[in-house]
Each structure stands twice: as C-alpha cells, then as structure tokens.
Design a protein around this ligand. Structure first.
Ligand SMILES: Cc1ncc(COP(=O)(O)O)c(C=O)c1O
Length: 414
C-alpha cells in the first residue's frame, strides 16, 4: 500500500474545498447522492433552477400566452439574449454570438461562410485527432464547394499552412486527450498566410478562459450541453469576428436570418451581424433551459474557474501518479498552458475501467480506442470527489474489476 503524503490525503482535500471560492455553487446543481460526477465535460448536470424555469415557459408562456409569447415573452430575441450571456465567457462582445442549431450544423454554416470569404483559395485544414463531426463536416463542405481537405499535424498545425488555405478549423481542447492549442499563436500563423482560423470551443467554454478577441480569431463554434450545463441537445453557439460579419454568406438562408422576416419578402436579404446565421424558428424550450443554466456563471470570473479547474486536475494527476503510476498512463499534458479541464488515462481495458467505476458511483466516460476520460467541471466537482474517485479507481485496478465479462460488449453511448 502506497503511503500518501499528507498534502494529498482526504483531509487535505477537504481543506482545499473549504477554501474554494466556488464551494457554495455546487448546490446549484442536482448531482444524485453518492455519485461522483466526472462527466460534465460530456453532459453537464441538471441546474436546480431549470425545472422551474421550464415550467414557467411551458405553462406560463406557452400555455397561457400562446403565440403572443413570441412578443410578450420576447421568445423572438431569446437566442440573442442567451448569446450575450455566453459572450463574456469566450472573450466576445455581447452582440456577436448567435445560438440556435447543433454544433455540427453550426460548423457547416460557418465553414461554408468562411470559405466564401476566401473564394480564391482551395484548401480547408483540420487535424486528424479532431472530434469526428468536425472532420466529417469539413469533408462535406469541401465536397460541396469543390475544395480539398488537408490534415495537419496537431503538434505543428502551422506546417500545413500555405497560400492555398482558406480556413484552418481546430478544436481548441482535444476531446480525447484534453490537450489545448495555443489559440493566439495558431491564429497568427493562419493570418500570416492569409487564411482564416476557426475554433471549436466545445471543450473550452465554461471551463477554460477563452479570449477570441484577444487571439484575433475569425470564427468560433461551441456546444452548450457540456460545461455550460444546458441539457441534452441544447443548442450550440457561433461567433464571428465583427470584421467578417457584413460579408458573411452562410448556406442555409432561412427566414429567421432575414433582415425583415415578417415582411415576407420574395428575396432573401440577410440581417446585419451574426443574426444572419439563423435559419429557422429558434428552439425556445431548449434555449430557456440554457438561459437558466447560465445563472451558474453569474458573478464569477473565468480566471477563478480556471484556478479551481487546474487545482482539481493537478490533484487528480498527482493522486494517479502516486497510486497508479505504473498501471495507468496520463495522456493529458501536465503543462497548464496546454491542458483543458479534463484528464485522460490510457489503458488497454479503458472501457471496462470506466464501467466498473460507474458501478461504484464514479461517472466518467470512454473514448475509443483506449481512453478513460474524467472531466473536472469546477462549478460542482470538489477535491474530495477527486480523492474518492481515485480511491475507487485503485480498487477497480487492484481487483481487476475492469475485466468483468459483461464489459466485453459496449453500450451504444460510451
Ligand atoms: C469538439 C466537439 N465538436 C462537436 C461535438 C458535437 O457536435 P453536436 O453538438 O453537433 O453533436 C462534440 C461533442 O462532444 C465535440 O466534442
């Protein structure tokens, strides 16, 4: 049995939690008793305020106000209002964030629009370890527009850039490893060859400070069901740098992106600003839940959240090193500047490891081929959670629980 140094034991974890400026926020979320939830990087937990808010929208606004609620409850501007609340989390101005479709559909629209901003160029650059949808959509856009897809080395994306490149689209924090790109540096390299840089912020928003304006980025997209806790399938957002908005030409030119939708004109005329990314009727129920979820970020800076997140991931890595260093490989960068808010462990039986942990009440997830992922959403995860999770992980590994025959067949969602 490894003797833990006193600064890593459970009492030390409790002291760190007591000192955390985020301690009271945990109560904003519904995390079932006995569960250590380390999957907020995949699906955030239910914010306690969401059911009442949804009930109010369902019974009060829809049930009582009926169609008038588009005006009286301002449903028509709900996407804009929610976008303005996401903006400070990503270094954007309040009017520059659009919310409405899935991440994949949003990526399609912004990628086409970005390539149309560089009509004389033929290449879209993505990286092979990106989240699959980003690569699939980029390939679809390339086929549609008659462009080529070029894979870059994630260790050196700039090496793939030349003056044929219209757009480089990267995931800021890697979904599998938790590694983070230097956004400003890669963006500068793209601009040096005249290309645009787009960032997928799914694993960044609400977990690490993002400064799209400071990095001089061109476009960004991100989901809202992970660290923003917007609920399963909550709509994604898009950001477009103000300098590109007037020329932005997206492919799904629906009436909600029109300058005057209720004039019912024959010709499409896009509205000013990022609102032109809208296509159809906004998902009011989902947006309302997301709006309630964003209350969790009120009055707290991303820097404070980042400090808490790094403290949690450092602690998890230190415990794994001390107790399981010979059994599990930490594949997430140890360098703070290159780490998001998750820690990934590699093991041949990673799926079984995750399933055995779930049976013990510690929820992480598995990503093919051999990665066990643990997310440390600083709004509700504590250091004692981390301690308890590693305690269970030690038992799972020592008892070989990961090799149970039931884990030979994977669930549809892993
Ligand atoms: C980086 C990244 N992009 C996109 C998505 C998913 O896209 P969608 O919201 O369309 O399902 C995910 C989901 O986990 C993701 O991690």
């Amino acid at each position: 049995v490894t003797r833990l140094s006193p600064d890593l034991d459970r009492a030390a974890a409790a002291v760190r939690d007591a000192e955390s400026p985020l301690g009271s926020r945990r109560g904003l979320f519904e995390v079932p008793e006995g569960i250590v939830y380390l999957d907020g990087n995949s699906l955030g937990p239910l914010p306690r305020s969401a059911p009442d808010r949804l009930d109010e929208v369902l019974r009060g606004e829809w049930g009582t106000g009926l169609i008038a609620s588009w005006n009286t409850a301002d449903w028509i501007n709900l996407g804009r209002r929610v976008g303005a609340r996401i903006a400070p989390l990503i270094g954007a101005a309040p009017g520059d964030v659009h919310v409405g479709d899935s991440t994949s559909v949003t990526l399609f629209k912004t990628m086409v629009a970005a390539c149309r901003l560089r009509p004389d160029r033929r290449v879209i650059v993505v990286e092979p370890s990106t989240f699959p949808t980003d690569g699939y959509v980029a390939a679809g856009v390339a086929r549609l527009l008659g462009l080529d897809l070029r894979w870059c080395d994630p260790a050196d994306p700039a090496a793939a850039l030349d003056d044929d490149v219209a757009l480089v689209s990267l995931t800021h924090v890697d979904f599998r490893s938790g590694a983070m790109f230097a956004m400003a540096d890669v963006t500068a390299a793209a601009h040096e060859v005249g290309a645009l840089a787009q960032w997928d912020l799914c694993h960044s928003t609400g977990a690490v400070p993002v400064d799209l304006t400071g990095a001089d980025a061109d476009l960004a997209v991100g989901c809202t069901y992970k660290y923003l806790n917007g609920g399963p399938g909550s709509p994604a957002f898009a950001w477009v740098a103000p300098r590109h908005q007037a020329a932005l030409d997206q492919p799904v030119t629906g009436w909600m992106g029109h300058a005057r939708p209720f004039d019912m004109e024959l010709e499409y005329a896009p509205t000013d600003g990022v609102g032109r990314l809208a296509s159809g009727t906004p998902p009011v129920l989902a947006l309302s839940v997301l709006d309630a979820a964003l209350d969790g970020f009120d009055g707290i800076s991303m820097e404070t959240l980042r400090q808490a997140s790094l403290s949690l991931t450092d602690y998890f890595i230190d415990l794994v090193d001390a107790r399981l260093g010979t059994v599990l490989e930490v594949i997430t960068p140890r360098d703070h500047a290159r780490r998001g808010s998750q820690v990934s462990l590699r093991h041949e039986h990673a799926y079984g490891v995750v399933q055995a942990l779930i049976e013990r009440g510690v929820v992480g997830d598995f990503r093919s081929p051999d990665v066990a992922r643990f997310g440390f959403a600083p709004l509700f995860v504590t250091h004692t959670d981390v301690y308890d999770a590693v305690e269970h992980l030690v038992a799972v590994m020592a008892g070989g629980e990961y090799a149970r025959p039931g884990y030979a067949v994977r669930n549809a969602v892993t």
